[in-house]
Design a binder for this molecule. Structure first.
Ligand code: MEV
Length: 322
C-alpha cells in the first residue's frame, strides 16, 4: 500500500500513587484519563528526514529546529520511521492535545506514543503493544533521562494500571470515588525533579530509602483499599503520600496550598501527581457535590484549570479551563 496519512491517539494520565518511588522499583498506580486525548496525523511528504515538520503543541516549523521540549517528538518520529523501514522519510506531523504540557499529565509520553502510532499507521506497519512501549521509552529517554515506563504505559491504557519494575498489570477494581484534578498553571520538569530525588538519594541513601519504601508500601495498601472499596483510607494515604513527596523536595508552595484547600473543602485526601514542582494536584471526593465544592476551593487556591473524573472509567463530569 502507498504511504498515506497515518493516525495515532493516546490519552492523558494521572499517577494516583507511587511517582518517584516507581523509579526505584516500587509499585505505582496510574489512571488513564480517556476523555483527554492526544492525537497525531502523520503524512509522509516524499522529502528527507531533515525536512520533517511539526504543527501543534505550540510549534509550527521544521522539527529539527524546534525547541528542546520537542526533542522527544523528533526522537519518536525517528525511531518509529526506522522501525517501519523508512529511516530517512520526511514527515509532516500535526498534533492536537486536549490537555496542557509539562503538568504531570503525561504529555511527553502521550505525544511520543501518538506520533509513533501515526508513523506506523502511515506506513502500514503493525507493531505489538510491547514494541510500541519500547519505541515510546526510547523517545521518553530524551525527555526524562531514565523514565520508569509508567507514563508510556498509562498514556496507552484504558483501565487503571499497576506498574512495578517495568511490568504493567491492569487493575480490574472499580474506583467508587470522584477525582478532582487541578492544574497549578506552573510548568513542572520531570527530568529536574527526578534528578533532584536522585541527588538526595546519593547524598543520604538511608533517609531517602525510608521515604521511598513508605511510598511503595502505601501503593500496596491502596491496592487493598481498592479491592474492598475503602476510599476513606485511600484518601488518607493520598495526603500522607503528598507529605512524603513534599519531604523529598518535589512539591512547592502552590501545590501545598492546593492540597490544604482540597482537604479543607472535604476531600478524603489530596496530593501532587507526576513529577511535581509545578503541574497538578489530585483530590479524592466521595460524591459529585463534594467534588464540585473541592473544585471551587482549588480554584480559589490558585488552580488555573480543573477536571472532574467520575467513578465510571472514561467518563468526565466536566472540565473548567480558567
Ligand atoms: C512522572 O510522571 C513520574 C515519575 O515517577 C518519573 C517516572 O516514573 O519516570 C516522577
Amino acid at each position: 500500500m502507498e504511504p498515506h496519512t497515518g493516525y495515532g491517539q493516546t490519552v492523558a494520565k494521572i499517577i494516583l500513587f507511587g511517582e518517584h518511588a516507581v523509579v526505584y522499583g516500587h509499585p505505582a498506580i496510574a489512571l488513564p484519563l480517556t476523555s483527554l486525548r492526544m492525537t497525531a496525523d502523520v503524512t509522509p511528504t516524499g522529502g528527507t528526514r531533515q525536512e520533517s515538520t511539526l504543527s501543534g503543541l505550540g510549534w509550527t516549523g521544521r522539527l529539527q529546529a524546534a525547541p528542546a521540549r520537542f526533542a522527544s517528538i523528533a526522537r519518536a518520529a525517528e525511531v518509529a520511521s526506522a522501525f517501519a523501514g523508512h529511516p530517512d522519510a520526511g514527515l509532516h506531523i500535526a498534533t492536537h492535545s486536549d490537555f496542557p504540557p509539562e503538568r504531570g499529565l503525561g504529555s511527553s509520553a502521550a505525544a511520543a506514543g501518538a506520533v509513533i502510532r501515526g508513523v506506523l499507521d502511515a506506513f502500514d506497519v503493525p507493531a505489538t503493544r510491547q514494541e510500541i512501549f519500547e519505541l515510546t521509552q526510547q523517545a521518553e529517554t530524551v525527555a526524562h533521562g531514565r523514565p520508569s515506563g509508567l507514563d508510556a504505559v498509562a498514556t496507552s491504557a484504558d483501565t487503571p494500571v499497576h506498574f512495578q519494575a517495568g511490568q504493567p498489570t491492569d487493575l480490574d477494581y472499580a474506583l467508587d470515588a470522584w477525582i478532582v484534578i487541578a492544574d497549578s498553571g506552573e510548568e513542572g520538569s520531570t527530568l529536574e525533579t527526578v534528578t533532584h530525588v536522585r541527588s538526595r538519594y546519593d547524598a543520604d541513601p538511608a533517609a531517602t530509602t525510608v521515604v521511598l519504601d513508605r511510598l511503595g508500601a502505601i501503593t500496596g495498601e491502596v491496592v487493598d483499599d481498592m479491592r474492598v472499596g475503602d476510599i476513606a483510607d485511600m484518601g488518607a494515604r493520598m495526603t500522607e503520600a503528598h507529605h512524603l513527596l513534599a519531604g523529598l523536595g518535589v512539591s512547592d508552595d502552590r501545590l501545598d496550598a492546593m492540597v490544604t484547600a482540597a482537604v479543607g473543602a472535604g476531600a478524603l485526601g489530596a496530593k501532587l501527581t507526576g513529577g511535581g514542582r509545578g503541574g497538578c494536584v489530585i483530590a479524592l471526593a466521595e460524591d459529585e457535590d463534594s467534588a464540585h465544592r473541592i473544585e471551587e476551593a482549588l480554584v480559589l487556591a490558585g488552580a488555573r484549570a480543573t477536571w472532574v473524573h467520575a467513578p465510571q472509567p472514561g467518563t468526565f463530569a466536566g472540565e473548567g479551563a480558567r
